[in-house]
Design a protein around this ligand. Structure first.
Ligand code: SF4
Length: 319
C-alpha cells in the first residue's frame, strides 16, 4: 500500500509532479494563519526520522517506473519536510534511481542550519516561503515556534542562495491587513533582494484558511506590489476567482476555450496555438472554468490536458 507518495498530480507551478510526504500531518515549525491543512498540531524544529526512508524510496521507484514522464519529484505535503533528518539522504538516493528533477517546498525556517542547507542544496528546485520581514508580522502571519526569529529565517535563505546552484522560487503570501502595509512590503522587498530568488511568486488566500479572519488581497493589490517590486522577477500565482478580476475580459474568448475543450481535451500549448493568446492570459480563463467545474486538468501519458467535466455524447478516445 502506498503511504508516502501521492500523485502524480497536475500542478500549475511544477507540471506533472509526484508528491512525497515524509512528515506526519501538521508537524511544522510554523502555524500559518492561512494554512490549507488546518492548525499545526506538532510545532517543532526537532530534526529526526519520522518514516522509514527505505519504504519511501521503494514507493518513489515504483511510481517513476509507472510514470517516467513525471516532471518533478516534490517534497511537500501537510508539514515541513526539512524537519525530517532523512531528506538529504532521500534526495541523494532519488538521484541514483532517476534523472527526474527534485523539488522541495519548504517554509525555510531550518535553512539557518548549515547541515540543512547542504542537504537541500542537492535538490534542483527549492521553493521557500517568506511572508514577513519584521518579528511582529512574522508572529501574526506565521505563528512560529517560540524562539524562532525572522532575521534567522532571512539570513538562512540568503546563506542558502550563496551555495545553491539550482532554481530558487520564493513564495510571498499576502494577507489583507497583516503584511500588506507599505513598511512591511518595503522590508520584504529588501529581504527578497538580498535572497536573490530566480522567481518571486506572489500569492494570496485561495482556499479556507486555518484561522478565522484571514482575508485575501485583490488582484489589483498584487499587481500594484508587482509594479513596486519591478526590479525583482515577480509573478502572480494567485488563481482568478471572478471574471471581473480579468482585465479586458472577453466572453468570446471564454466560450471559444470552453467549446474547443468540449470537442476535444487540449493542453495549454494547444490552446496557445489555437487562440494566439499567451498562457498567462489563458490560465485566468481556465481558473474560472475549473472553479465552475466546467473543465478539469487530467494527466494523460506525459501531458496535462484540460477536459470537459461532462464529456459530450459524441466524444471518442481515451478520455
Ligand atoms: S509552513 Fe506550510 S505546512 Fe507549515 S503551517 Fe505554514 S503553510 Fe502550513
Amino acid at each position: 500500500m502506498i503511504k508516502y507518495v501521492f500523485g502524480p498530480v497536475a500542478s500549475r507551478r511544477l507540471g506533472i509532479s509526484l508528491g512525497v510526504d515524509i512528515i506526519p500531518f501538521k508537524t511544522c515549525s510554523l502555524d500559518c494563519i492561512y494554512c490549507e491543512c488546518g492548525k499545526t498540531t506538532d510545532k517543532t524544529l526537532e530534526r529526526k526520522r519520522y518514516v522509514d526512508p527505505a519504504i519511501v524510496l521503494e514507493e518513489i521507484k515504483t511510481a517513476v517506473e509507472k510514470a517516467p514522464y513525471i516532471e518533478y519529484i516534490t517534497f511537500s505535503g501537510s508539514g515541513e519536510p526539512t524537519v525530517s533528518s532523512d531528506i538529504g539522504l532521500l534526495i541523494s538516493e532519488i538521484k541514483k534511481i532517476t534523472d527526474i528533477p527534485v523539488a522541495v517546498l519548504t517554509n525555510g525556517t531550518m535553512l539557518h542550519r548549515q547541515d540543512v542547507r547542504n542537504e537541500i542544496a542537492k535538490a534542483d528546485l527549492v521553493l521557500p516561503s517568506l511572508d514577513a520581514a519584521t518579528q511582529d508580522t512574522f508572529q501574526k502571519i506565521n505563528r512560529p515556534l517560540a524562539g524562532l526569529t525572522i532575521d534567522s529565517v532571512i539570513d538562512g535563505m540568503t546563506q542558502f542562495r550563496k551555495i545553491f546552484p539550482g532554481q530558487l522560487w520564493l513564495e510571498v503570501f499576502i494577507a489583507k491587513g497583516i503584511n500588506d502595509t507599505p513598511d512591511e512590503l518595503e522590508l520584504i522587498h529588501k529581504a527578497a533582494s538580498q535572497i536573490k530568488p530566480d522567481r518571486l511568486q506572489l500569492n494570496t488566500l485561495d482556499r479556507p484558511p486555518a484561522y478565522d479572519d484571514v482575508y485575501s488581497v485583490s488582484s489589483e493589490t498584487l499587481q500594484h506590489i508587482k509594479k513596486m517590486w519591478h526590479d525583482l522577477p515577480v509573478e502572480i500565482i494567485k488563481r482568478i476567482h471572478r471574471r471581473e478580476e480579468i482585465t479586458s475580459f472577453s466572453f468570446n474568448l471564454e466560450s471559444n476555450i470552453l467549446n474547443t475543450i468540449k470537442r476535444r481535451p487540449l493542453t495549454i500549448d494547444d490552446l496557445e496555438a489555437l487562440t494566439g493568446k499567451k498562457r498567462e492570459e489563458l490560465f485566468r480563463y481556465i481558473d474560472i472554468l475549473e472553479r465552475e467545474k466546467k473543465i478539469f486538468p487530467k494527466i494523460v501519458d506525459d501531458k496535462i490536458f484540460y477536459a470537459p467535466t461532462v464529456p459530450p455524447k459524441r466524444m471518442t478516445g481515451t478520455f
